[in-house]
Design a protein around this ligand. Structure first.
Ligand SMILES: Cc1cc2nc3c(=O)[nH]c(=O)nc-3n(C[C@H](O)[C@H](O)[C@H](O)COP(=O)(O)OP(=O)(O)OC[C@H]3O[C@@H](n4cnc5c(N)ncnc54)[C@H](O)[C@@H]3O)c2cc1C
Length: 450
């Protein structure tokens, strides 16, 4: 593709979706600045995907590195939007052609029971910090919060991440129980299946005295969001997806021996001596996507720890307006922030949930469209006129989009680019980043990172 003019794009977040956007822009001759809050840019690959995914994590790190070390890409580590840089300043004063939010979904969805959050760290833990701890806990330099993994914990969830939470608890508990019997195992061995490992060591899992954690889910077993039916599914496709979900859940339970109850909704807290010691839980009645508590079915489930794993949403950042739990984006094809014509979103920050592939594909599709619809036009007046006409035609059907679609990125002058570069250098210098991406990664990677 020809060089579309002198454009400079800011990306917030350097992980899967941010690095993919950076690479595509760079390959199209567009300068990119990637602002990343952490020293290492791997996002949920390092801090979400549990550390038993050894090979997958290494491969994804290498892919992200390859994208971010491109010469058109300036990496700005340890620089957090909302703390070290201000959104309004970035969007209005820096002079970037566009800002792409690729900062993922790092805020745990609120547990939803009034007063619950006062027990965080006192019987209640949210999934994101819990998995972060699990992935980093054995590093000598780890100084964050530490969590217990008592037997009999109660996990509220149902999605893929909650299965990982349950696995962490079960692996920790069985490793301890086996060690008490003089049998040394490790997470990598146990992750292949607890019964098989016990069997190899001549022990029956049920003789180890592990009660196991309990996962509760508000809808039916066949609704657990472990697999998705295609869009507009036929009844057969719905039935197939339900079977796949049940099978995935059954296999996970066979390998990791956790307990599961469906159609259970937390409705209250059990508190003793200032600590959360369990939940009041009602059975639910399912009506389409709704799960309503059935009156008179409330029971108490006591547990030494409650982990909330009910989804992640984008963090609230000053200046970025929200619609419910998400940033207020318009246009599904090229998600653009409602209040800023040149601020876009890619990956988990838009989709909320998803997986590596979904984030990657989303970022690819949106970034390519951005280049086609906004950057390419910056120097092409004929194309711009055509775009305007087409937008006006479309306005008959979708009046609200008429102005939105004709905003292209005017090429920046050398002076404007130099000004952005100078601000980038100041931020890089502040954190000791010299511009040598590989040297930086080598310097900031903990020697005992798993
Ligand atoms: C427990 C768990 C298990 C998972 N298991 C799997 C799995 O097995 N397979 C799979 O495919 N997917 C899995 N996923 C999902 C997958 O990891 C994510 O969907 C994907 O990695 C998201 O990529 P992203 O780039 O959109 O977001 P992220 O990886 O979240 O990247 C966002 C980046 O932005 C940075 N950032 C955030 N806020 C700011 C800010 N204010 N300023 C600057 N930078 C900021 C972050 O540090 C991060 O680097 C799992 C997720 C979790 C939580």
């Amino acid at each position: 593709m020809s060089n579309p003019g002198q454009h400079f794009v800011a990306i917030i977040g350097g992980a899967i979706s941010g690095s993919v956007a950076a690479e595509i822009l760079a390959d199209n001759g567009i300068r990119v600045a990637v602002f990343e809050q952490n020293a290492r840019p791997y996002g949920k690959i390092e801090d979400g995907l549990p550390r038993w995914h050894v090979e997958q994590r290494k491969q994804e790190y290498a892919r992200i590195d390859a994208r971010l070390r491109k010469s058109q890409v300036s990496f700005i580590p340890c620089t957090r939007l909302g703390r070290d840089i201000n959104f309004e300043d970035l969007a209005k004063n820096w002079g970037f052609s566009a800002v792409i939010l690729a900062n993922g979904a790092w805020r745990d969805r609120d547990f939803g029971i009034p007063g619950a959050n006062q027990y965080i760290g006192k019987g209640l833990v949210y999934q994101n910090p819990f998995i972060y701890w699990y992935n980093h806990k054995n590093e000598r330099g780890y100084s964050g919060p530490r969590y217990d993994t008592p037997d009999g914990a109660l996990v509220v969830g149902g999605g893929l991440a909650s299965i990982d939470v349950v696995k962490v608890l079960q692996l920790e508990n069985y490793e301890r129980a086996l060690r008490d019997r003089g049998i040394e195992t490790n997470l990598h061995e146990l992750e292949k299946g607890i019964p098989a490992v016990c069997n190899e060591h001549g022990v029956r899992p049920e003789d180890l005295g592990v009660k196991g954690c309990l996962l509760i889910y508000r809808r039916r077993e066949q609704d657990v969001p472990l697999a998705q039916a295609p869009d507009n599914p036929t009844p057969d496709q719905v039935a197939k997806a339900e079977q796949v979900r049940q099978k995935m859940l059954r296999l996970a339970r066979e390998k990791y021996l956790f307990r599961f109850q469906d159609r259970r909704l937390p409705t209250g807290l059990i508190v003793e001596n200032g600590r959360l010691v369990g939940l009041k839980v009602s059975e639910t009645k399912i009506d389409g996507r709704r799960a309503e508590p059935v009156p008179g079915t409330e029971q108490e489930i006591r547990a030494p720890l409650v982990i909330s794993s009910i989804g992640s949403v984008p963090e609230i950042l000053p200046g970025i307006s929200m619609k419910g739990e998400y940033y207020e984006f318009v246009d599904e094809q090229v998600p653009r922030h409602v209040a800023h014509s040149h601020v876009f979103g890619v990956g988990n920050v838009v989709t909320g949930q998803g997986n590596i592939r979904v984030s990657l594909v989303h970022s690819q599709a949106v970034t390519k469209k951005l280049i086609d619809e906004y950057a390419q036009l910056g120097t092409d007046t004929e194309a711009l006129a055509a775009m305007r006409a087409s937008a006006e035609n479309r306005a008959a059907e979708r009046a609200e989009t008429v102005i939105d679609r004709v905003e292209c990125w005017p090429p920046l002058s050398s002076g404007q680019v130099a000004k952005i570069e100078s601000r980038i250098r100041a931020l890089q210098t502040r954190v000791g980043y010299t511009g040598d991406y590989d040297a930086w990664i080598a310097k900031v990677s903990p020697p005992d990172l798993e």
